[in-house]
Design a binder for this molecule. Structure first.
Ligand SMILES: [Zn+2]
Length: 107
């Protein structure tokens, strides 16, 4: 994912509408690209910060954004584990089918 694609995804990220695969690529880029991280910080401040300040809540931008990124990272991790487990389940199903097939043919 390049900077242009990442930039386009920032509003989608902030409304929590990226799918897990997109989120994974988005985080991967943003965490390694200071320009996109800065752009994310600005858009986050504009989209979410201003409404919170209007509501009169005290607001720590850096902390709030870090919280959001940590949560997103956790979601990606969970998704990766689930994907991994579903691969394992598929492999087990395949092996069981082979065993059944062998038993039907040779036993
Ligand atoms: Zn970038």
């Amino acid at each position: 994912m390049n900077c242009k694609e990442t930039e386009k995804m920032i509003p989608i990220f902030l409304t929590n509408k990226l799918n897990s695969r997109q989120l994974d690529q988005f985080l991967e880029h943003v965490e390694n690209c200071p320009d996109c991280m800065e752009e994310l910080t600005i858009q986050y401040l504009v989209m979410i910060g201003t409404s919170l300040i209007e509501e009169g809540q005290s607001f720590d931008l850096r902390k709030a954004l870090n919280g959001l990124l940590t949560e997103a990272r956790y979601m990606v991790k969970k998704w990766k584990i689930l994907t991994f487990l579903s691969y394992i389940a598929e492999i087990i199903t395949f092996i069981v089918m082979i065993i059944i097939l062998i038993m039907v043919i040779f036993v």
